[in-house]
Ligand binder design. Structure first.
Ligand code: BGC
Length: 415
């Protein structure tokens, strides 16, 4: 997928970058919402303290699709940034194309193999050497709720999908938007992923959406997944199409809507708005997923540089990212939990504590699964096929049986 799209970009590559100075890193990312921008600012200032200046290369667009398109153009024009936010199997694809620089000496010096969980460190390596540094672990299967709206509607926070439909109806009848949602493909897919885990459980999730097992994909569980997913259409408002995820979060913050299903980067928006977990807003696992954890690790991959000063700026950035101070400050702003193990918990809120506990317990129980909606589970072509089916289904009146047939066909074609 990446190979093909990079080849396609060769002809079109036209972006020219500004020259990067020696002790400077030019960093591509897609963190432009309130909470995200605060998180980037903490990375920028940590690096400045090390004498490394920051050239910002932000490409807006939740989920990062736009940023990845721009990155491909820059890379094929022979001018990649110093570092770029790249995740999951994409890191391997960039490694295979020969773009990435090893930062293994930094990793060895700082014992990354010892301080990172295996599910995280495995993804950061290409051919056994670190080429990327993880900043966090996001849990994607969250439901964010405004307790005041629930009180006013006489509704209770749902823990199963069946109950979700009952409570959402009460909220709607009381005059509120039940589910704040942004109608963008990646957000549709984020909700779809929560339904897959909640309806099917972790074993089905892994078989169908990680191993791409045709028997699991063709099973009646997939019909049930599409049925539940389709039922959610009635609970979003008519203005959802095109809406950014953080605008949807703000609808929960200001009491216009009761709930949002979104990864815990949403918590960064509650934090920026001065809201407290447990009182102003409530975080619970998305319906049916309390014993599951869809993980999404943000990481920066480093692009090969010929200039030794730029190489050392990259290494300073890699070292800073795994430092305990940075891991704490960044994740307090971002809504995620540190990628690094053994961090002090005191400054983190109850949602982060829940996430930290669930990360450990689901790793033991088998409920820890990579997020397919956020580029952690399957190659880009398959991820794209799943996204297309999920968004087409959600934005039409396709039947569950047809949704399943389209999913199976699209995955088969992309494999
Ligand atoms: C990233 C998050 C980001 C979110 C919204 C996810 O794919 O992992 O860091 O906040 O997209 O843009």
């Amino acid at each position: 997928m990446l190979n093909r799209s990079i080849a396609a970009c060769f002809a079109a590559a036209s972006l020219v970058a500004l020259p990067v100075q020696a002790s400077e890193v030019e960093v591509l990312h897609w963190w432009t919402s309130g909470g995200e921008a605060k998180s980037v600012a903490s990375l920028k200032s940590s690096l400045q303290k090390r004498g490394v200046s920051w050239q910002d290369f932000a490409v807006a667009g939740g989920g990062g699709e736009n940023a990845m398109t721009v990155l491909k153009s820059r890379a094929v024009s022979g001018n990649p940034p110093t570092a770029a936010q790249i995740k999951g199997p994409d890191i391997q694809e960039w490694g295979e194309l020969g773009f990435l620089a090893s930062i293994d000496d930094v990793a060895k010096k700082n014992n990354w193999d010892g301080v990172l969980p295996g599910v995280v460190s495995d993804v950061m390596k290409y051919q056994g050497k670190y080429v990327a540094a993880p900043v966090n672990v996001h849990r994607v299967n969250w439901l964010w709720a405004n307790p005041e709206v629930f009180r006013k509607a006489g509704a209770s926070i749902p823990t199963t999908w069946a109950d979700f439909m009952v409570q959402a109806k009460k909220i709607q009848d009381a005059g509120y938007i039940a589910l704040a949602h942004g109608g963008q493909a990646w957000q549709d897919n984020t909700v779809f992923e929560a339904v897959v885990l909640g309806v099917g459980g972790a074993e089905y999730y892994k078989k169908a959406f990680v191993e791409l097992d045709m028997k699991a994909l063709n099973s009646s569980t997939t019909d049930e997944v599409f049925k539940v997913f389709g039922e959610l259409r009635q609970f979003i408002d008519a203005n959802a199409p095109g809406r950014d995820w953080n605008v949807a979060t703000s609808m929960v913050i200001n009491g216009e809507a009761a709930m949002q299903i979104m990864g815990d980067w949403a918590k960064g928006e509650f934090a920026v708005a001065g809201k407290n977990a447990g009182t102003d807003f409530v975080c619970v696992a998305a319906p049916g997923t309390s014993d599951g954890f869809t993980f999404n690790v943000d990481s920066f991959a480093f692009f090969q540089q010929s200039d030794v000063n730029k190489q050392s700026a990259q290494k300073a950035m890699a070292e800073e990212i795994l430092g305990t101070n940075f891991q704490e400050v960044f994740n307090l702003n971002k809504g995620s939990i540190p990628a690094r193990l053994g961090m002090a918990r005191a400054k983190f809120d109850t949602c982060a504590h829940d996430s930290m506990n669930a990360f450990v317990s689901t790793a033991q129980s088998g409920g820890l699964v990579p997020s397919f909606a956020h580029g952690m589970a399957v190659p880009g072509a398959v991820a794209g096929a799943i996204t297309d089916v999920a968004t087409n289904y959600f934005n039409s009146d396709t039947s569950p049986a047809d949704g399943k047939a389209q999913l199976v066909a699209a995955i088969q074609a992309a494999m």
